[in-house]
Design a protein around this ligand. Structure first.
Ligand code: 5GP
Length: 201
């Protein structure tokens, strides 16, 4: 059986990547979304062990020391990271895995696994970015400004990504379809399809 492929989707806060990723998974439930671990507090709408594994700083540090993390990063004062156990078994079993992670973690994974495919989702422009961040209504002003600043820095990493996708207002489904097409195209690369030749020997 062919192995699954590892896709990394990054996008600053306000890029709408949460909605886009949900739309991909709804249409294609065979794809696995890695559940990240974080030390930040859950938001009211979030479900523990579904949206994130919410843990203490001590617990997170133990996982780092035990070499159980594929990557991790400090984002606005909290740790976020991917457990190896969320990723490698699924890939071995032929399932594609999506990591929805920020740029530092994405670069760590790409450096260690160059075959991983990186996709950056961006808002169309900085006004749209700011209005989306304010529209969410769950963050303090201080946090909004921090996230806005961080978002602008994250977007400068775009040339290091394999693909970029722009999420227009109301465009989440179209973005999901485009990203799924990218995923299918990656599977069609000859490096993944060499076994076809054997069928003609
Ligand atoms: P939020 O607090 O809005 O859920 O996430 C903040 C940022 O952390 C987002 O850019 C999100 O993609 C990123 N993030 C979520 N999980 C992980 C992870 O496992 N590793 C890394 N490096 N970033 C993550």
């Amino acid at each position: 059986m062919d192995k699954g492929l590892l896709f990394i989707i990054s996008g600053p806060a306000g890029s709408g990547k949460g909605t886009v990723v949900k739309s991909i998974l709804k249409k294609h439930p065979e794809i696995k979304l890695s559940i990240s671990m974080t030390t930040r507090q859950p938001r009211p709408i979030e479900t523990p062990n579904v949206d994130y594994y919410f843990v203490t700083k001590e617990f997170f540090q133990d996982k780092i020391e035990n070499n159980e993390m594929l990557e991790y990063a400090d984002y606005n004062g909290n740790y976020y990271g991917t457990l190896k156990s969320e990723v490698f078994d699924s890939l071995e079993n032929g399932r594609d895995v999506i990591l929805e992670i920020e740029v530092d973690g994405a670069m760590q994974v790409k450096a260690a696994n160059p075959e991983a495919i990186t996709i950056m989702l961006t808002p169309p422009d900085s006004q749209t970015l700011e209005s989306r961040l304010r529209g969410r209504g769950t963050e303090t002003e201080e946090n909004i400004l921090k996230r806005l600043n961080k978002a602008k820095i994250e977007i400068t990493f775009l040339p290091k990504y394999d693909y970029s996708v722009i999420n227009e207002d109301g465009g989440a489904d179209a973005c999901a379809d485009l990203i799924y097409s990218i995923m299918q195209a990656e599977h069609s690369k000859t490096v993944h399809t060499k076994s076809i030749i054997k069928k003609f020997e």
